[in-house]
Design a protein around this ligand. Structure first.
Ligand code: FE2
Ligand code: FE2
Length: 187
C-alpha cells in the first residue's frame, strides 16, 4: 500500500464518521416516525462503514491518517445548511449517489488490495438501501412541498456536489487520479 492509498482510505473513513455524526444528530432531534426509524439505521450503517475502513487499513498493516476535512464540510459551504427535512433528504440523496459512484469506480481499479475490494463491496450493499429509502421518503415529501420544489432542491444540491467534487479532484489529483482514470480499470 502506498501513501496515496493510505490517504484515500483515511479520507473515506473520516467522511463516513462525519456522515454518521450528521445522521446521529438528526436521529436524536427528529420526531418519532418512519423517517426517524430509517435515519437511525442509516446512522448505524455509516458508523459501521467507518469501522470497516479502520479494519481494512489495519489489515493492510497501517494506521489511518489524521484528516482535517470531510467531503461533507465542503458541501454545506457550497450548498448552505438544509433548513427542513425535505432539504436534508435531498442533500442526503445527492451525497449518497456520489459516494456509491466513487466506491463503484474504486472497485473497478485493477490490482487493488483484497481488503479494499471486500470493504467497497460490503459498504456498497448498504449504500444501495440508503439511496432507496431516502428516494422513497423524498417522493413522499412531494405531497407537502410540491414535486417542483423537491426537484429544484435536489438540482441545487446536485450542482453544489459537482462543484465540490470537481474541486476536490483538482486539488488532490495525485491522490485520486488513478481511481478516476478508466485506463486503470480491470473491467
Ligand atoms: Fe457510508
Ligand atoms: Fe450512506
Amino acid at each position: 500500500m502506498n501513501d496515496n492509498d493510505r490517504w484515500i482510505l483515511s479520507f473515506y473513513r473520516h467522511s463516513e464518521i462525519s456522515g454518521a455524526q450528521f445522521f446521529a444528530r438528526l436521529a436524536k432531534s427528529l420526531p418519532a416516525g418512519p423517517i426517524q426509524f430509517d435515519l437511525t439505521k442509516h446512522f448505524a450503517d455509516e458508523s459501521q462503514h467507518a469501522w470497516y475502513w479502520s479494519r481494512a487499513i489495519n489489515d493492510m498493516g497501517m494506521e489511518p491518517l489524521k484528516m482535517t476535512f470531510a467531503y461533507q464540510d465542503h458541501y454545506l459551504e457550497a450548498a448552505g445548511m438544509p433548513t427542513n427535512v425535505m432539504e436534508i433528504l435531498a442533500l442526503t440523496q445527492v451525497f449518497e449517489r456520489r459516494i456509491i459512484a466513487q466506491y463503484a469506480r474504486h472497485a473497478r481499479v485493477r490490482d487493488i488490495h483484497p481488503a479494499v475490494r471486500a470493504t467497497l463491496e460490503l459498504i456498497m450493499e448498504d449504500e444501495k438501501w440508503h439511496i432507496q429509502w431516502v428516494g422513497d421518503a423524498l417522493k413522499q415529501m412531494e405531497e407537502k412541498f410540491g414535486a417542483e420544489r423537491v426537484k429544484n432542491t435536489y438540482e441545487r444540491y446536485r450542482k453544489a456536489d459537482e462543484e465540490v467534487y470537481g474541486r476536490l479532484i483538482a486539488e488532490h489529483d495525485e491522490r485520486v487520479g488513478h481511481i478516476l482514470d478508466k485506463q486503470n480499470y480491470a473491467f
